[in-house]
Structure formats: C-alpha cells, structure tokens
Design a protein around this ligand. Sequence first.
Ligand SMILES: Nc1ncnc2c1ncn2[C@@H]1O[C@H](COP(=O)(O)OP(=O)(O)OP(=O)(O)O)[C@@H](O)[C@H]1O
Length: 626
Amino acid sequence: MAKWFAALRTPVGAFSAVLLFLVLVLTVFAPILWHDNAFEIDTEAIAQGPSAAHWLGTDDLGRDILFRVLVATRLSVLLAVFATVIGVVTGLVLGTLPSLLPRPAARLITSAVNIAVAFPGLLLVLFFSVIFGVGTHGAVLAVGFALAPAFARLAQTLSASVAGQDFVSAARISGVGRIRLLVRHVLPNIGETLVVNATIGAGASLLAFAGLSFLGIGVQAPEYDWGRLLGEGLNGIYVNPAAALAPGVAVVLAGLAFNLAGETVAGVIGVRTGLRKLAPRKAVPARESVAEDRDDAVLVVENLQVAFPRPAGWTVPVRGVSFTVHAGEAIGVVGESGSGKSLTGLAVSRLVEAPAVVTADRLDFAGKPLLKTPERESRGLLGTSLAMVFQDPMTSFNPTRRIGRQLAEVAEQHQGLPRAKAFERAVDRLRAVRIPAAERRAKQYPHEFSGGMRQRAMIGMGLMGDPRLIIADEPTTALDVTVQRQLLRLLARTRAERDTAIILISHDIAVVSQTCERMLVMYAGRVVEDMPSAGTPRHPYTRALLAATLDLETDRDAPLAVIPGRPPEPDRVPTGCAFADRCPAVTDRCRLEDPVLERVESGHRVACWEASSLPVKETVTAGGAE
Ligand SMILES: Nc1ncnc2c1ncn2[C@@H]1O[C@H](COP(=O)(O)OP(=O)(O)OP(=O)(O)O)[C@@H](O)[C@H]1O
C-alpha cells in the first residue's frame, strides 16, 4: 500500500489520479445534473460564440456546448471502456488458445493474429465498421475487435515467457491439465501487465471513437459523444472555434488520464513503459578503508555503489565496495545469492544500464577513470582490455550467428582488422583455448558446441583483444566437474602466459580457494572480508561459509552445517552490521554501527567489530563458536 501512496505523491501519479477522478465523476454525475440543460433549445441564441449565458457558445439549435461536452463524457468513456473490454477478452482468448489447441489449429490462430497485427489499427477499425454497420453498437464492436490483435500478441508473448518457467514445467510434469495450467499458473502471472496495457488501450479506443463519430460512422443522432460534437463544431469553426476545441480538449484530457494512470500503475507494479531519471540516493554506509594502490594495479575500485530506483525510493544492492586487482592476480568473489557479486562485476565492466545508477569515488581500469572517461573511449578500452565470461554459455553467444564471426567482430570493431584477417585471428584464438578442429568449429553455430566448448570460446572471444582483466561470473556452474576443471585450468594458463588478472565470481568457496590467491567475501552488498585464500578467516560470516562447505573429510554422520536465517533484502538492510542477526558473536555495538573494512594484517581486511577478539583458529558454525 505504501508503494501506491508513494506513486500518488509523484507529479505524474498525482496528476493522473486527479484527472481520472474528474473524468469518472463527470461520467457518473454529468448526465444526471445537466441532461436537461444540454438538450434545452434556445432559439434566441443559435450558433453563437461564448457569452455569459453560454460559456462555450451554442450549436445550430441553440443548445449549450459546455453542457453537451460535459454530458457526452458518459457515453464517450463508456464506449471506450466497453470496446477495451471486448479487445482485452478477445485478445486474451486468441492469445492463450494456441497453448490449449492441437498444433495445426494453434498455428492457424497465431498466423491470423500475426497478419492482423501487421495492419494499421485505424484500417482495422474502418474494416470492422463496414462489417458491423454504422452506429453505436457497430462502432463498439469495430474498435473492440481492432484492439484485439495487439492484446492477443501481448498475451501470447507473455504466456510463452511464463510457460518456459520451471514452475510451469513442474506443474506439467505433475499432471496438471492444460486449462488448469493456463488458469492457475499462466494467467495470474501475466494479469498485471495486461491490466496496465488495458488502461493504456482505453485511451487509444477513446481516440478511435472520436475518430469514428467525427467521420459520421460512429455514434448517430440524437445520441452524441465527443467525436460527434467535434464534427459538428468543425462545421462552424470560423464562427465559434470553442465548439470544436472543447470536445477536442476533452478527448485529449480523458486519453491522458487513462494513459498516465496506466503509466502510474505500471510504475508501482514494476512494468516500466519509460525510463525515469532520479537522483541517486545520498546515504552511504560506513566507508571501507581505502584499497591498496600499487603501480601495477589493473583495477582500483573505491566506494562503488549500484542503486536502482523504486517508486518508494532507492534500493542499493552494492553499498560501497572497495578493492584493487593487480596484474596477474586472481581474486575470487564469494558470498550467498543476492550479495551483489554479479552487480559488482557488471558495474566494473560498465554493463549496468539506466535507470540503475553506478557511483564510485574511484573506478580506474588500466589507469583510466572509467566514470569520467567519455563512453566511446571507455567502450574501446573495455572492448580490448577486459573480457567477461558469463554463467550461461548458451545465452552468451548470439544463437543465429556462427561462432567464428562473433569472435571476428571484436577484432573488426576494436582493432580495425579486415574481415578475412579478423576471421583468421578468431580461428587462432579458438585454437589457443584448445577448441579441436578450430577452423571447422569457427563456422559452426553456438548450439553445435558443448557447454564447456562455448565457455572456452567465450574466453577465446576475450582473448581477441589483449585482456588485462577477465571477469568470470560463475563460469563453471553449468558445467560438469571434469569440464569445470579444464576451464579453470585454461583460465590459470591464460593468466600465467599473459599476466592477465582474473576476478572469479562464484558461490563455491572451495573452487575459489583452489584457483585464486585472494578472495573477497561479500555480504548484503559489501565486502566483509578481503583475505588471502590460504589465510585464516576472521569474519564470522566467512567462517560460517567455510564450515558449511562439504569436502571429502566432512563427517557424513554429523548434521550439515548451515548458516541460520537469510541475508537481508537490499532495501531492508538494518542499521549496524548487516550480518548481526545471524552472527553468533554479535554485540550491542554491531547492531548500532556498521563496521568499517579494516586491515588486520598485511593483505587481510575484515569488517567486523569482534574480529580481533575472536580466537584465530576457531571455526564458527551455525550453532556458534566451537
Ligand atoms: N536490474 C535489477 N533491478 C533491481 N534489482 C536488481 C537488479 N539486478 C540485481 N538486483 C538485485 O541486486 C541484488 C544483488 O544481485 P546480484 O546478481 O549481484 O547478486 P549475486 O550475489 O551475484 O547473486 P547470485 O549468486 O544469485 O547471482 C539482488 O538482491 C538482486 O535482486
């Protein structure tokens, strides 16, 4: 509810609410209050301009234009609403039927919808008007059915995206029928987006009605809506321009009310129809101590924050991260899901897009301050000197283009190599990452590669330039253990041969400690420990993470160690240390003050007030210190 109040306090939200309220009040009360005034004929004042008696003048029969415009609100709005309901229901049926019908019938419907979507809306309205006949009923059906294809396409796309989700597959496997699947699992998940689009569709149908009535094929006399009034007003525009302007303004304001209301609802429920620029949140949690800075630093990050706008304020999933990566160094970033590991990697690579806001006191890559360098220049630098390897090797490549060409594109773009030379280099890089029969493989599509080969090709793509840093975000999660090893070995070899630095983001603290000499432990958007992989952890969270890791020496009969509780959501981080609620060593100070990341010994920083008082050798587990 707070979100709705917050949305109503924004200028767009407040304006749309007031406008919509006015339109609804007029829809209900205008015909009751002013019906007689609107029909009263004043033979003394036929086709006159504005006067004290008739503020917007009179029509050919001497009827008051202002009252007629106000009374016409009901018919205009109701017609638009009816047509929208017809459009949404028909669209929903057409959009969801393909998932229920046998394949040939489904294809027929999908093709029909695709063809209908290709026609301009106005043409469809005119086409259906001819079929359903001139008049109010014909116009409602015409506008309604003309809206349907767009809704059908939207419903199809939305249901297809939901149908691919694991919970739908799980329901299907457990034997849930198609109709139940649709009603219970698919529709509830697409309802919000459809409602938002329906609100916006109502604005469009209001305009369509005005157009039809204006052309004389919509509402017929003696009934009248804004479109008819507009048509009549235009006949005498030189005598009384207000007679045409007033219904025109009414159409625009009511359309605006529907569209802005849709925009506001979309903002609250998270369906964005446009970007809003907001200033980043100011509040910064306790600054971490400044990162070490040596001559060979490839990346220096100081007080990095990533914030996302929400209707009720800002959520800051990365809250002031500082670290340095030196040439040839391998750093692991570990932490539970949602701790901000990936966002940190993406922010460093400048891949976090608006409306998110990335700020940092310092974000230097290869000596260049990325946040102050013009985008073109920083793109060029990152394109040749930074490589990213993502978790899902299938989505890392464009499925419609051959692997070799995708690699070659990097050299064409950033090094200006001609097409043939760039392709040669691509083959050479594929060979360097041990892709067998590289020349043949370069001509294949991503789906012809195995998962491990795709990841190696991704590293190959990074090697098209001369990377000084490779950021690998969970690169081995989707791979089996043997392929995982090969990939980690390839990263290690690349690092040794080229002095490339590596940031390995992973859930798996064991993989990180084997591959990297240093690790950053992240919790709730901050680095809580920065330590040598072979060192002894000081932070209770790192200790608990290690205790919860299984290895061959783990006692199979003992209960599994777990960290009690859950990390806080980014917009509900408590005051003080974010780990306090789950920490066995918590003190009053922890709940009040956020600990600063401080050096405890050379190359080891910890953000914990109790780090120095905890015995160094102890392992902290779920139940507390042992
Ligand atoms: N585009 C976004 N808009 C809003 N919040 C986001 C967005 N992307 C990420 N977040 C939030 O930021 C937080 C950190 O996300 P991030 O992906 O960095 O976590 P992570 O530590 O990499 O987790 P995982 O290991 O599951 O990938 C999460 O709570 C996530 O919901």
